[in-house]
Ligand binder design. Structure first.
Ligand code: HH2
Length: 295
C-alpha cells in the first residue's frame, strides 16, 4: 500500500494506493512528433526513456506514456505506429527503473492493441481519453490485467471538440456522465477500486467551462473515486496569460495548487520538478494550518 491518506483507494494491478495524504504527480511523456507541448522532443526511444528516468528522479509518482496526440485537430495515428512508439519506451522504463518503489507506469491510448502491449510490457494504468468507449476491446483488456483506469470526459472528438462546446451546467453534466460511466463499467466487470475519473480539461470545453470544472472539483471527488486533473500548459492558460506553451509553467502551477486545494488527487503535468516543489510547499502549509487551527 502506497500513501496514508483518508481518500479513495486506487488499485492498479498489484499496486494499491491510498489517496488523500498528498496529491500524486503524473509526469507526461509524449512519444509523438506533434503533441502540443513536448511534440518531437522524445520521439527517439532513448530520449524518451531518458526523460522518463529524469521525471522519476524529479519525484514523479506516475509516468504517463502516450504515442498519439489528442490535441484539437490532431491527425489519428495507425495502431502499428503507435505501438512502435510506446512499447519500447514502456519496456525500457520497466527495465531501467528498480522494481521496488518505482513510479507507476501509465499508457495514454485509445486503442486496445496498444493498451494490451503496454500492460504486457509492465504498465499499471490505462489512461484513455475516451473513457473506454473508443475501442470495443478496451474493457476486456483492462479487466484481464486488473489495470488502474483513468476515465476522462470529452465532449465530441479531438477533430471537432473545440468548435462550439455547449453545456447547460458543465459541472453537473460532467459529474453525471462520469458517474454513469463508472456504473456501466462496474456492470461490465471492472472493479470499482481500479477506476479514477478526470473532467477532461480542454476536451470540448471553453475557458469558462474549464474554470467552472476546476472550481467544482469537489463535486467530482464526491463520486468517491480518485480525481485526475490535466491542465498543464493547456490553451486556456494561454488565453488567461497571453503566453505561448513554453511560457505557461507559472500558470500551470497556479492551476495545480488550486485544483489540489479543491480536492484533486492526481495532477498530470509536463513540469514535474516544479510541480513537486509546489506541492511540497503546499503540503507544509496545510499541515501547519491544521496544526494551528486545532491547537
Ligand atoms: N490531456 C491530454 C492528453 N491526455 N489524459 C487525461 N487523463 N487527462 C488529460 O487532461 C489529458 C490526457 C492532452 O495533453 P498532452 O498529452 O500534453 O498533449 P497531446 O494530446 O497533444 O499529446
Amino acid at each position: 500500500m502506497m500513501g496514508e491518506g483518508t481518500g479513495p483507494v486506487w488499485r492498479c494491478r498489484d499496486r494499491v494506493i491510498r489517496l488523500g495524504a498528498r496529491p500524486l504527480v503524473m509526469g507526461i511523456l509524449n512519444v509523438t512528433p506533434d503533441s502540443f507541448s513536448d511534440g518531437g522532443r522524445y520521439l527517439a526511444t532513448d530520449a524518451a526513456i531518458q526523460r522518463g528516468l529524469e521525471m522519476a528522479a524529479e519525484g514523479a509518482d506516475i509516468l504517463d506514456i502516450g504515442g498519439e496526440s489528442t490535441r484539437p485537430g490532431a491527425a489519428p495515428v495507425p495502431a502499428d505506429e503507435e505501438l512502435d512508439r510506446v512499447r519500447p519506451v514502456m519496456a525500457g522504463l520497466c527495465n531501467a527503473l528498480p522494481s521496488a518503489g518505482r513510479p507507476l507506469l501509465s499508457v495514454d491510448t485509445r486503442k486496445a492493441v496498444v493498451a494490451e502491449a503496454a500492460l504486457a510490457a509492465g504498465a499499471d494504468i490505462l489512461n484513455d481519453v475516451t473513457a473506454l468507449r473508443g475501442d470495443p476491446a478496451m474493457v476486456e483488456v483492462a479487466r484481464r490485467y486488473g489495470a488502474g483506469v483513468v476515465l476522462m470526459h470529452m465532449q465530441g472528438d479531438p477533430e471537432s471538440m473545440q468548435l462550439d462546446p455547449r453545456y447547460r451546467d458543465v459541472s453537473v453534466e460532467v459529474c453525471e456522465w462520469l458517474r454513469a460511466r463508472v456504473a456501466a463499467l462496474v456492470e461490465q466487470g471492472l472493479a470499482v477500486e481500479t477506476l479514477a475519473v478526470d473532467p477532461g480539461i480542454g476536451f470540448g470545453k471553453t475557458v469558462e467551462h474549464n474554470l467552472c470544472l476546476l472550481a467544482r472539483i469537489g463535486d467530482l471527488a464526491a463520486l468517491g473515486r480518485p480525481v485526475v486533473v490535466g491542465l498543464s500548459r493547456k490553451r486556456f492558460l494561454g488565453t488567461l496569460t497571453g503566453k505561448p506553451v513554453e511560457g505557461r509553467v507559472a500558470g500551470s502551477l497556479a492551476g495545480l495548487v488550486y485544483a489540489c486545494l479543491r480536492g484533486a488527487h492526481v495532477m498530470r503535468v509536463h513540469d514535474v520538478g516544479a510541480s513537486v516543489d509546489a506541492l511540497r510547499v503546499l503540503e507544509a502549509m496545510r499541515r501547519e494550518e491544521s496544526r494551528a487551527c486545532s491547537g
